[in-house]
Design a protein around this ligand. Structure first.
Ligand SMILES: [Zn+2]
Ligand SMILES: [Zn+2]
Length: 162
């Protein structure tokens, strides 16, 4: 269970129009450190409006950050935006209490993380023979012949890209 002071609010005397809370928190404070393929060197930025709603509150806003991932095909590092522009949480019966949105917001941004990563749509990847990055030019192994590579014909049609 993680808890960031930035995401804890005492719900008391909220003006009708709500209050706006903005800032940033390190991903590490959200217990998001990435894995061997993903890292989060920059903090997560947030902008939230906390408005009264009955005896509860409505929290709406955005979360934006960046993750560094490794291209699935050629293994170069790529920086990707991760964002949730439609954060929305409704909490009931919280007037006079301190609420903690850390877990909710952590879930929101984790859902925005990409499941896969390509440096470019047409990334050519690495040569299976010599390991050269084929985006930087052909290697000396040459293209696989259609005869000895049963997938060569499909490659040419782009059918193996799916
Ligand atoms: Zn790539
Ligand atoms: Zn090669």
């Amino acid at each position: 269970m993680v808890s960031c002071p930035e995401f804890r609010f005492l719900v008391q005397d909220l003006p009708d129009e709500g209050i706006v809370v903005e800032g940033d928190v390190p991903f590490a404070a959200l217990d998001i450190a990435g894995d061997e393929l993903t890292s989060c060197p920059r903090p997560l930025r947030f902008g939230l409006r906390v408005s009264p709603l009955g005896d509860g509150i409505l929290v709406r806003g955005w979360l934006r950050g960046e993750v560094e991932m490794i291209c699935d095909r050629c293994l170069v590092p790529v920086t990707l935006e991760v964002a949730d522009e439609e954060v929305c949480h409704h909490l009931e019966h919280v007037v006079g209490k301190e609420i903690d949105l850390t877990e909710d917001l952590r879930e929101d941004i984790l859902l925005a993380f990409p499941q896969s990563c390509l440096c470019q749509d047409e990334c050519l990847g690495l040569c299976p023979e010599c390991g050269a990055n084929l985006n930087e030019g052909p290697c000396l192994c040459g293209p696989p012949g259609a005869e000895d590579n049963p997938w060569g014909v499909l490659d040419n049609l782009g059918l193996t890209e799916q």
